[in-house]
Write a protein that binds this ligand. Structure first.
Ligand code: ATP
Ligand code: MG
Length: 198
């Protein structure tokens, strides 16, 4: 842990931009509040929050503890100042599935529903369930990998909207199952501007 802490202190941010990081940390993804690295040679990931979102680490760790290491979520290994060490989830985000043309099945949708139901049973309010926050593992299990906004009170309609789009359009036989990133990004933008009939 001491070493991970040292590596994390060597990460160079410019605002929300990652400038540089130690070679032991392999970049795997980033979002609006953090950058995530795989710790070289391990099955652990470290989620490092941008400096202005540092306080979210403690908040997200609390949510993980409430989820008591259920299989639907990555395990929380350790918590540090502005970062979390998590189980590295092997697999693809649902976003990657759309890009690579890997079919999103009704079973995957059901698994997400179950995961969210479980979170609700723990008194949480699952929020911000979007394509890059759900993953499919090589064992065909679904994992929800970002729980930082599960304590917000405001109702989030991302998942009900995604589900509606899934059953209304995606499930149709002739509806394409593979998309260039630029098309998905455009659809996301239109959705955020409430310009889609969902
Ligand atoms: N435990 C993990 N195992 C594997 N990949 C992960 C893991 N956690 C995050 N990632 C990757 O890193 C990306 C960013 O992580 P995360 O969603 O936690 O960041 P965020 O800033 O909270 O995102 P958001 O924009 O949704 O708020 C994910 O979309 C995913 O590709
Ligand atoms: Mg995310």
């Amino acid at each position: 842990m001491e070493t991970i802490k040292e590596w994390v202190t060597h990460i160079d941010f410019n605002g929300d931009q990652l400038v540089n990081g130690p070679r032991q940390l392999e970049w795997i993804g980033q979002g609006r509040s953090a950058v995530v690295f795989r710790i070289e040679g391990t099955n652990h990931a470290v989620k490092v929050f941008y400096p202005r979102f540092k306080d979210l680490a403690e908040k997200e760790a609390d949510v993980y503890r409430m989820l008591s290491n259920h299989d639907f979520f990555p395990q929380l290994i350790k918590e540090g100042d502005g970062f979390l060490v998590l189980e590295f989830v092997e697999g693809l985000t649902f976003y990657d599935c759309l890009v690579q043309g890997i079919k999103i099945t009704p079973e995957m949708v059901k698994q997400v529903d179950k995961a969210l139901e479980f979170a609700r049973s723990k008194g949480l309010n699952p929020s911000d369930i979007h394509l890059k926050n759900m993953m499919l593992t090589p064992e065909n299990e679904v994992k929800i990998i970002d729980v930082v906004r599960f304590t917000q009170e405001k109702e989030c309609t991302h998942w009900p909207d995604l589900k509606k789009a899934y059953y209304t359009y995606y499930q149709k036989r002739y509806f394409p199952k593979k998309y260039p990133k630029i098309v998905i990004e455009l659809i996301i933008r239109l959705y955020r501007k409430h310009l889609l009939p969902i």
